[in-house]
Each structure stands twice: as structure tokens, then as C-alpha cells.
Design a protein around this ligand. Structure first.
Ligand code: ZN
Length: 134
């Protein structure tokens, strides 16, 4: 396994953003999710004319990874024109699998705007352990 740097992950997220289907918002988002085994899964946002079926880049990457058997993630890079942060829905779904993962926010020029953790983005989050706590 070769270590993946934050900059490599950011670059993968930027490349993924170029596939965004965004006829309505024109807000391209790319995500690159680093699985515990070193595999990188990318995703872009995909919009719908009826809006609610729209899916974010982060969840696209996560669903790809989970559908291929991954459950543990160490980092996700998200690329937008302004270094935007994951929405609440994405924070919640990422939290389901790896609450302590690192989050790298970059603009589309590769300038990392923020490196943080999912736990910082979703403090006191609700996860699977809450359902089984006694
Ligand atoms: Zn989202």
C-alpha cells in the first residue's frame, strides 16, 4: 500500500469535480475518499431536475466505496470553487463509518483551504454506537 498524501487526495477530488452534472446550481463538487486499505474512491455531485434526488460528491464516493465492501475510511478531500464544506447530510453519512476521518477542503486550483476532522465538523454526532449503547 502506498501512502496517499493530502495533496494527492485533493488533486483526485479536483479531477472528480470535472465530471459533476450541475445544470442547475453550476456548483461543481468533487470528492476523493481514502479507504483504510489505501484505495481512493472519487465522486462528483449529480443534480436532478426534480432536485430532491440530487446527490453530493461525498456521498457518491462513499456509496461507491461501501458497495465495493469498504467500511473504514481515513480521509476525504472535497473540492469546490471556494473550498466549500460538506453539507449536513454528507457529514452524517460519513460519520456512520469513520467519525474520526480527516477532511481536506480545497479549491479547484489545489489550494487547501482547511484540514480538519469529521468529528470537528459534526460535534456530538449520532452514530451506530448510540443505537447499541446501554
Ligand atoms: Zn452533501
Amino acid at each position: 500500500m502506498t501512502a496517499v498524501s493530502d495533496q494527492q487526495l485533493a488533486t483526485a477530488a479536483i479531477a472528480a469535480s470535472q465530471h459533476a452534472y450541475i445544470p442547475y446550481s453550476r456548483y461543481a463538487v468533487g470528492a476523493a475518499l481514502l479507504a483504510g486499505d489505501g484505495t481512493v474512491y472519487t465522486g462528483c455531485n449529480v443534480e436532478s431536475a426534480s432536485f430532491s434526488p440530487t446527490i453530493c460528491a461525498e456521498r457518491t464516493a462513499l456509496v461507491k466505496a461501501v458497495s465495493e465492501g469498504r467500511r473504514n475510511f481515513t480521509a476525504v478531500a472535497v473540492a469546490t470553487r471556494d473550498g466549500g464544506s460538506p453539507c449536513g447530510v454528507c457529514r452524517q453519512l460519513l460519520y456512520e463509518f469513520s467519525p474520526s476521518m480527516r477532511v481536506i477542503l480545497t479549491d479547484l486550483d489545489g489550494n487547501v483551504r482547511l484540514t480538519t476532522t469529521l468529528a470537528d465538523l459534526l460535534p456530538h454526532g449520532f452514530g451506530p454506537f448510540d443505537l447499541y449503547a446501554e
